[in-house]
Design a protein around this ligand. Structure first.
Ligand code: AMP
Ligand code: MG
Length: 401
């Protein structure tokens, strides 16, 4: 796959209005895209009294609609930012962030606030870096106004949207606006990952994957395609839709969405592995050792973001290991949305010792952080889970760390 090497250092945005001009040029149908999101008619006025997934149809509809529109906007932005070589801003921990991360976060939270004003939101970005960078802030405002059709937004109200709702509460939305930012900057895979937890337990997951082919017949490893949305509600199965709406109502599209299921493979040597592109996010060498221990010969498919979980959920691979450096603390937004999709498709997600993941503290504290004891994450098609966890036991986590 061709890789575009773009600068990942300091902000390269000279004029925010370039973005506005580019966006007006690039899209004839952007305005009002988000303004159609309104409070659903079947609104539960006391949501905290009614916490089963059978009552979450409105939440699912809003989540799919919002993530889908955000994914389409982000795909356009990816093209524009790469073409204009304005991809990355650097955060204080040296990780990159882009105009798209902030814009998508603001668009999604603004939509959730309209539909579910009492809910909490734990999202990856905060307004801190943006407040220090007026040029980037102005660019985010321009794109937000254009995509949402909401012209009233000010710098302060945009920052306030970004920081909205990080308090303890029974209903928590979990958002990674651009999961796989490094893939986004390279022109490859990324996803808008939106989940929801009730009392700290994930019950809804939507992964809008703008570059994943929407049908399995067009999908080949990490090949780029027209875009796909994976979604699931706890207890109700996992499904996929194309990224682009087909003209019928979303309710109708959801009714006819394609059910997805993990691969039925049971033999270790048949396992197809997914792994991060970035070896800093997950050790490629230990992943290879684990694959060898199972007798696997097929090389792993490298891919950024939770799109990997989506492909695993629809049966295009069996195992995904996340083996970060010792001391790295996982974020709930990197796993919770995909967790629901994978488990509803018949797969399993645990830590490397086979223990269930706990998302409750990250929701409650509003930080999104998982426990320090999670030294890695294993995702499988379910049938291979115990075998993979067992095969990892002898060499992960590394001793003495
Ligand atoms: P992936 O695209 O699968 O490589 O995962 C992307 C996610 O990895 C990002 O959203 C980050 O939250 C997370 N991440 C960033 N730095 C690290 C790190 N050093 N180790 C593990 N994960 C990381
Ligand atoms: Mg992420």
């Amino acid at each position: 796959m061709q890789r575009l090497h773009l600068p990942q250092k300091q902000a390269m945005i000279s004029s925010p209005h370039i973005f506005l001009a580019l966006f007006l040029f690039l899209s004839g149908r952007v305005a009002m895209a988000f303004s159609s999101i309104r409070r659903p008619s079947r609104t539960n006025s006391r949501p905290w009294l009614c916490m089963t997934t059978t009552n979450l149809q409105d939440e699912l509809t809003v989540a799919i609609s919002t993530a889908r529109k955000a994914g389409i906007a982000a795909k356009r932005l990816q093209k524009t930012l790469i073409e204009t070589k304005r991809a990355a801003i650097e955060k204080s921990d040296s990780s990159p962030v882009t105009i798209a991360d902030y814009t998508v976060q603001a668009l999604v939270i603004a939509a959730l606030r309209v539909s579910f004003p009492g809910d909490q939101v734990v999202a990856e970005e905060t307004s801190g870096v943006l407040r220090q960078d007026p040029v980037a802030l102005a660019a985010v405002m321009d794109v937000f106004r254009l995509e949402s059709g909401e012209t009233y937004v000010t710098e302060e109200s945009l920052c306030e949207i970004l920081d909205h709702g990080r308090l303890p509460g029974p209903r928590t939305w979990i958002l990674d606006p651009i999961d796989g930012t490094k893939g986004f900057i390279r022109g490859e895979h990324f996803c808008v990952a939106l989940g929801m937890a009730l009392e700290g337990k994930p019950v809804l997951g939507v992964l809008a994957c703008p570059n994943v082919p929407s049908s399995t017949s067009r999908s080949n490893g990490a090949s780029l395609g027209d875009g796909c949305v994976f979604f699931a509600l706890k207890g109700q199965g996992a499904f996929m839709l194309p990224l682009e709406a087909n003209g019928s109502s979303l309710a109708e599209e959801i009714t006819h969405a394609v059910p997805i299921r993990v691969s039925p493979a049971t033999a270790g040597e048949e396992a197809r592995f997914f792994e991060s592109v970035e070896t800093a996010h997950s050790s490629h060498s230990v992943g290879a050792e684990a694959a060898r221990a199972l007798g696997v010969i097929t090389p792993p498919v490298q891919m950024d973001s939770q799109c990997k979980y989506g492909l695993l959920a629809r049966g295009e691979g069996e195992v995904m290991l996340r083996l970060p450096r010792l001391g790295y603390i996982e974020n709930i937004w990197d796993h919770a949305p995909a967790y629901v999709v994978i488990t509803e498709a018949g797969g399993r997600v645990t830590d490397t010792e086979g223990k269930e993941l706990d998302f409750a503290e990250g929701c409650r504290a509003g930080t999104g952080k998982m426990g320090r004891e999670v030294t890695g994450i294993v995702t499988t098609n379910g049938r291979l889970h115990d075998l993979v966890v067992e095969s990892l036991r002898s060499f992960w986590p590394p001793r003495g760390g």
